[in-house]
Design a protein around this ligand. Structure first.
Ligand code: SF4
Length: 208
């Protein structure tokens, strides 16, 4: 990998597949964004968008969600799966936001990752989308893309992927790169049955 190849990959994804890279989650503020990202684990952004509409109508602020009945939240988000864990996490993180952060979502990785259920990937999504701070969240799709496009070797971790993507992609493109790689991985270069036959990025790919 080198910086020119990395930029060419991004440019080709943009030209051929994702002309307007932007998030699929719908949110009105950083609190909604944080909850929506946590709710999106192992489900689709489309499903999350349906559920969050009802959730934030009823519980629009950290104060409101901190006082919510967990069973009511579970009922609202049930269709997303893992609803017990997710409901407890968003209630507990709301409590912590109220108690420790004056109900404001923090704008740095260290504070964000002290919130219940918030890992490095979620925190990086919030930094990039919520605060426009260059960040490189690596989820399962971006990890897979990092391997197929030879940023990292098979078996290397998401942390190594983050480090290598940041090394080869210019900082001013990190947020855009996240959307490009995520959407390309999610809809075209899928884990199972990627659309290789007609793929326009074959020349960069290590998949046999
Ligand atoms: S050739 Fe297949 S595996 Fe490689 S980038 Fe294209 S879709 Fe993905």
């Amino acid at each position: 990998m080198n910086k020119i190849t990395a930029e060419n990959i991004l440019n080709d994804i943009k030209t051929e597949y994702v002309p307007t890279p932007k998030p699929e989650l719908v949110y009105n503020n950083n609190f909604e964004l944080l909850c929506a990202v946590m709710l999106s684990a192992q489900t689709t952004d489309k499903r999350v968008n349906i559920v969050t509409k009802d959730l934030f109508n009823k519980y629009p602020t950290p104060e409101a969600l901190a006082k919510a009945d967990v069973n009511d939240v579970i009922t609202i988000i049930k269709s997303l799966g893992l609803s017990n864990n997710k409901a407890n996490n968003i209630i507990n993180l709301s409590k912590k936001l109220v108690e420790n952060f004056n109900s404001i979502v923090p704008n740095n990785l260290d504070d964000l990752t002290t919130l219940p259920g918030v890992g490095r990937k979620t925190a990086n999504v919030v930094l990039g989308l919520g605060f426009n701070i260059p960040s490189m969240p690596v989820d399962t799709h971006i990890h897979r893309m990092s391997i197929r496009f030879k940023f990292i070797k098979e078996g290397e971790s998401v942390l190594v992927a983050e480090e290598k993507l940041k090394k080869y992609i210019p900082k001013e493109r990190w947020i855009e790169a996240h959307h490009l790689l995520l959407i390309f991985g999610r809809y075209y270069c899928k884990s199972q049955n990627p659309l290789c036959k007609e793929c326009k990025l074959k020349k960069y790919c290590n998949k046999k």
